[in-house]
Write a protein of this length. Structure first.
Ligand SMILES: [Zn+2]
Length: 298
């Protein structure tokens, strides 16, 4: 159900969200429900504003019972600096709202129980989203910080490992805690959700790498200049290894050496990606060089 548009972004209400609101209204918890969903909506809008500011096109946000999902045209993760800024905006927004809540409590402008509830919801959402597991904001922050040093692919792998580790710990800890009566069954549900969602994100990685290259090409076409990096590669190295070293924010050129320590050739990132898409990641740099020569003669 689409309820409106803010700064060109469609605001959609998930049908379960509408259903849940009706249930809450019936059991007299409507104010609390409105606070939870209002906070989730503002959290999502913080991501949206930063994304727009970073030059991304946001199509819609969908408000769901556990928060929201923003659909962004260009994939997030294309640019590690943007991904970091967009991701951190969500939990920072909750910390700021906590401050607003305290001020409201101090000035007695609202029902004290509801104000306290508002502060608690913001604290929970900030802490939850700082957990370094994908697809949570914390996972994106962690990945974008790592990707600056070790490249997007390796950083993603590390972030996925971390996500699986955290969800398994939450599952075991949550089950024991639930059995002993310390925690809510919601912890187990969240752990299962995290496990499934991080697997889904993993399948997107190669797609993100491709998108990432496309974005660099577009940037180069638009600005005429971007910063680059040169890598020296042995001709027998498979391209799957080579992309592990590629940094998302740099355009790469590759100097290919043979076993006589001579330069066999030099190719650009775009040439590598074109052939990679066709032939897969086990192709060697020598084969890429050869394929490019054939293409050039065509
Ligand atoms: Zn978020």
């Amino acid at each position: 159900m689409i309820i409106g548009k803010i700064v060109g972004v469609k605001i959609k209400l998930n049908k379960w969200f509408v259903f849940l609101m009706l249930v809450y209204a019936m059991i007299d918890l409507l104010p609390q429900a409105l606070i939870v969903f209002g906070v989730a909506f503002l959290h999502e809008m913080a991501h949206v504003f930063v994304a727009i500011n970073e030059g991304y096109h946001v199509i819609e946000i969908e408000v769901m019972p556990f928060g929201g999902v923003a659909k962004i045209d260009n994939m997030l993760g294309c640019d590690v600096h943007s991904e970091f800024n967009i991701a951190i905006a969500g939990p920072l927004n909750n910390l700021a709202l906590m401050g607003v809540g305290w001020l409201m409590q101090y000035c007695h402008v609202w029902n004290p129980d509801l104000t306290f509830f508002f502060i608690k919801v913001n604290l929970f959402m900030a802490l939850f989203n700082f957990i370094p597991a994908l697809p949570l904001d914390g996972g994106r922050i962690y990945r974008s910080l790592l990707a600056r040093k070790i490249g997007f692919k390796k950083a993603s792998e590390k972030a996925f490992g971390m996500s699986r580790f955290i969800s398994v710990i939450l599952m075991i800890g949550g089950s024991i805690g639930f059995y002993l009566g310390y925690v809510n069954a919601l912890v187990i549900v969240i752990a299962i959700f995290l496990f499934g969602a991080s697997n889904q994100e993993k399948q997107m990685t190669l797609y993100v790498i491709m998108k990432n290259y496309t974005k660099k090409k577009e940037d180069l076409l638009k600005k005429g200049i971007i910063s680059g990096e040169q890598l020296v590669v042995l001709e027998t190295t498979p391209v799957g290894e080579v992309i592990n070293y590629a940094l998302p924010q740099k355009y790469h050129t590759f100097v290919i050496m043979n076993h006589h320590w001579e330069i066999a050739g030099m190719i650009t990132e775009s040439q590598v990606v074109d052939i990679l898409m066709e032939k897969g990641i086990s192709i060697t740099m020598k084969q890429i060089l050869y394929q490019n020569k054939v293409k050039f003669l065509d």
